[in-house]
Each structure stands twice: as C-alpha cells, then as structure tokens.
Design a protein. Structure first.
Length: 326
C-alpha cells in the first residue's frame, strides 16, 4: 500500500447486506455491524473492523439472527463508559454484548408476552442523550419506547393508521418522529403522549419509508417515499410544506443520512448506484445540485455516516460494503 491513506475500503460479505451501522466508541475505530438479507429464517449479523495496517476488513464476530435484521445499531457511547452493546430488530428487539469471548445475547425484549404471534419490527432508534432508551416501530401501527436497563416497555402507542416504517429521536431525550404507510410524518413528545403532530403528508399518501433527524439543527428532518427519486427536507417550524426537495437521483432512493458534525450536509443513496452529498445551507433558495457524487458498482441499498469518524461514510450494494472518505 502506498504511504497515502486510501480513500475507499471494500468488504465482501458471503451474503446480501441489508442492515449496517458504524460503532460509535472512540476505542473501536472503523468497526461496523452488518446484517444479512436471506430469504430464510436463519440469518447472520457480523461485526467487522478495518485492520488499518493491512488495509483489509476482518470479521471480529458473528451471530445467528432469526430472520433478516431490519436494523442494527451500536450503543451511542463515544466515551466508552457503558458495556459494548449492539441492538438488532426483526421479530423482536434484541440486545447483544460484544466482549473478548465473542458476542453474547444479553436480552430479548417482547411487549406481547401473552400472544404467540409477534408483529415484525421495521426499525428502531437509540436515544443519544439517554442511552437507556430505545424506540421501536412495528407493522402493527405501534411504536414502543423501551428502558433497556430495566428491560421494560415505558410506553406503547398507536402511532399511525397503517404500518410504521421508521422512528428517529431528535436531539435530547423526549421528542421523536415516525413515518409510515399512511404517508405521514408525525412527531411525538414523551412528556405528553396524548397527542402527536402531523408535520407532513406525502402527495397521494404514498408510503414514507425512512426518516432521519438532523442532530445539529433539530428543526430539520429528511424523509423518502416508496419508489421516490427525491429526498424531502422538512422544517418543523413550517409544517406540511417541504423546505426543500433534493432531485438528483435517476432511480428510487433507499437511504439517507445527515452529517453528524454539520447542520447543512446530507447524503442520499439510490438504485441509480449513486451516493450524493448535498449542502442545504442556501435554504430557503432551491437546492439544485449535489456537491459530491460517488458512483458504486451496484444499486446502493444502505448508507451510514460515521458519528465518530465524521469524514467516513459507508454504503452497501449487493454483498459489498464500502467505506468512503469524504
């Protein structure tokens, strides 16, 4: 390898990659968790880490996971003061502890103990301000807020009229937002759950699939619709009308991520094999073009921006994971 640092590293998994997340801990650089997408009960979650000297990813551990993990996420713990935990959703919310002897199951959280059936969980978010709190979203129209220290549900609420596809916390402990098959973005406050606020409804009530909250400027969120080619930027102070629409992709967008260290940068990735970075600092003027574009070798179905190593983005296409220096 030449003396200059490489800009791109690639890892090829033995299966199609769906779930993906960067570790946040300062003592575990270039570590990610990835989940398989196999049309089978038996799936996998791998922990991989870049060996910087060799310039290659190494598998640090693997777990058997029932059904594909719809999301995987590391405990948001930059200071390394908590146990090294990883969470996954699928049929249930599961917590795993990563240690010297591999990855051990810590607990399975189930709020439907009286039923033999479970409604699959579509997504979850881990609260950065209070890492004891995780919120999950489900196809049964509900969201559940969990206290993982007590391994108990704090509350479960009917969030939408149809399936809930994603949930995201704002900065702080109390406010979160959801999107779903009814085409709405709704915000909630844990201090007063009697009501929610619909801040956006998609034209023709097209399903909204993903939601991302700007952690540097809590007024801004972004969402994408099913089969949609544009990302929608929302300002909670001006509900119902998009603050901007990012039109740069030629095929449906699958993932989006705000820059963790900048209030005005967001990345989108799509079936057109492109990952685009946008600068929205010119708002309320229209945002015409991305400032950076990367062309992958396949349709990009996942994208994450590292919260700790903020000049690195990861993308997944097919069996490949790539990390890109931006």
């Amino acid at each position: 390898m030449d003396s200059r640092k490489k800009e791109i590293y690639t890892y090829t998994a033995p299966w199609l990659i769906y779930a993906m997340n960067w570790s946040v801990r300062a003592d575990q650089k270039f570590r990610l968790a990835i989940g398989s997408f196999l049309d089978d009960y038996s799936n996998k979650v791998q922990v991989i880490q870049l060996n910087e000297e060799e310039g290659e990813f190494k598998v640090k551990g693997s777990i058997d996971h029932p059904y594909p993990a719809t999301k995987t996420m590391w405990l948001p713990d930059k200071s390394c003061t908590h146990p090294d935990l990883l969470a996954t959703t699928g049929d249930y919310l599961r917590l795993w502890e990563v240690g010297e002897n591999g990855i051990q199951s810590k607990c399975l959280l189930n709020n439907h103990k009286n039923s033999e059936f479970c409604a699959p969980l579509t997504s979850f978010d881990w609260n950065e301000t209070n890492p004891h709190i995780i919120g999950t979203s489900s196809i049964d129209t509900t969201c559940t807020i969990w206290n993982i220290e007590k391994q108990q549900a704090i509350t479960q609420l009917i969030a939408h009229d149809k399936e809930v596809y994603d949930i995201a916390f704002a900065r702080g402990t109390d406010v979160f937002a959801t999107v779903g098959a009814d085409g709405s973005v709704r915000t909630f406050d844990l201090r007063s759950l009697e009501h929610s606020t619909i801040i956006y409804e998609s034209p023709d009530f097209t399903s909204l699939l993903r939601l991302c909250w700007n952690k540097q400027d809590e007024y801004y969120l972004a969402t994408i619709s099913m089969d949609g080619t544009k990302a929608i930027i929302l300002d909670t102070r001006v509900p119902s009308v998009p603050a901007a629409e990012l039109n740069g992709h030629m095929a449906c967008i699958n993932a989006l991520a705000w820059a963790p260290h900048s209030s005005c940068h967001i990345c989108t990735a799509a079936d057109d094999k492109q990952a685009l970075i946008w600068d929205i600092s010119a708002l309320p003027k229209p945002i015409e073009d991305p400032i950076l574009a990367y062309n992958a070798d396949g349709e990009i179905n996942q994208l994450q921006w590292s919260a700790t190593q903020t000049d690195w983005i990861s993308i997944a296409f097919g069996n490949n994971l790539q990390i890109l220096r931006v």
